[in-house]
Ligand binder design. Structure first.
Ligand SMILES: [Mn+2]
Length: 359
């Protein structure tokens, strides 16, 4: 393998002030686990970071690894003027411009600022190079095909029949290849025309334009926090990704929250006061649980109606949802015991001290 590539590892992240704690945790946990012989270069897309946050980030990184490089880049926001933004913040779209912003770099790992890295990421780079595709990523845990994300975009890009879909929170990109096929322009053009249909913002464009051109790496490299909590995993998580909440903004009573807080303590990252605390979480969990039973009933009713109307597909879908809520309701009281046990285990564990422990 190319030694030059092995010794320099390029990592891109994107954050604003609100995501500064997540940025620190993602980058510092990566540094703690990465092969000590590589020199990490952090390229931070600055979507609005104060001087203080930038300084804290640089000093924490160099404290941990003196030869690590950090630079902050101003993203070309005007390039996104015509993009039809839906639900997400503009910051989420900026990674589409990585091939242009990092014009002098040939390969980079992009990492969301709401992740915790628990294993050496050089393993993903190795798989990426063997795969010889413009991109390597993990199959998404929920969305399984581009047409499920957006039928309009899948139709436009002629990928309706594609049955694979990746999560864009952890990716390795071959920037040379992406520049060669004009990826940034094509994705911005697509989202300027059909962005209103993109369920997952830039991830929708990435999947539509790079369908069948990506190397799938093990899903444990991008384990959503809800799967971590549900223990729905064959392999222990290597990267945990908070896909539906930022744990320093919304504090929950879950194993993934305990993990985040434990890791923050080990890394010396100070967390802000959460905007929503555990009281809010307890109340909303309780109502979720109480309403699970009527929800299940509602979907069972729909199933029966669809059965009368001879709509087998609808009946099947309703039965699936009804079953989910029924299981959710029945498992409620046990979940408290399971979470309690898991949270205790996580609190007692050291994540970055001994290298060989597992959860
Ligand atoms: Mn994310």
């Amino acid at each position: 393998m190319n030694n030059q590539k092995q010794s320099n590892l390029h990592i891109a992240l994107c954050a604003n002030d609100r995501f500064a704690p997540g940025l620190q945790i993602a980058a510092l946990s990566l540094l703690k686990t990465v092969d000590g012989s590589v020199t990490p270069h952090f390229h931070i897309l600055d979507a609005g970071l104060s001087r203080d946050h930038r300084d804290t980030f640089v000093s924490k990184i160099s404290e941990l690894k003196t030869d690590a490089q950090v630079r902050f880049l101003t993203p070309p926001e005007d390039r996104f003027r015509t993009v039809k933004i839906r639900r997400y913040h503009l910051a989420s779209y900026l990674r589409l411009a990585l091939p242009e912003i990092l014009y002098e770099i040939d390969e980079v790992m992009y990492l969301d600022a709401d992740t915790i890295v628990l294993e050496d990421i050089t393993a993903i780079f190795r798989q990426f190079r063997v795969g010889n595709n413009p991109l390597a990523a993990c199959p998404d845990w929920e969305t399984t095909r581009p047409s499920q994300d957006s039928l309009e975009i899948a139709t436009e890009c002629k990928v309706v029949g594609v049955t694979t879909y990746f999560n864009a929170g952890v990716m390795v990109l071959n920037l040379d290849a992406l520049r060669e096929n004009d990826f940034t322009n094509r994705s911005l053009d697509l989202l300027s025309r059909l962005g209103q249909y993109a369920s997952f913002a830039d991830q929708s464009a990435l999947n539509a334009l790079l369908a069948n051109q990506w190397t799938a790496v093990d899903q444990s490299w991008n384990t959503p926090s809800w799967a971590f909590d549900g223990k729905a995993r064959a392999v222990p998580p290597r990267i945990v990704h908070f896909t539906n909440r930022a744990p320093w903004i919304t504090r929950t009573w879950t194993p993934s929250q305990a993990l985040f807080e434990k890791v923050a303590t080990e890394l010396g990252v100070q967390l802000p006061k959460p905007e929503r605390g555990q009281g809010h979480f307890a109340l909303s969990s309780f109502f979720n649980w109480v309403f699970a039973l009527p929800r299940a009933g509602l979907h069972f009713g729909r199933m029966i109606l669809a059965g009368f109307g001879n709509r087998k597909d609808r009946a099947f879908a309703s039965r699936h949802v009804a079953g989910y809520w029924l299981r959710f309701f029945c498992a409620g009281p046990f979940r408290i015991f399971l979470y309690q046990r898991e949270i205790q285990k996580i609190k007692e564990k050291d994540f970055f001290l001994p290298k060989n422990s597992s959860i």
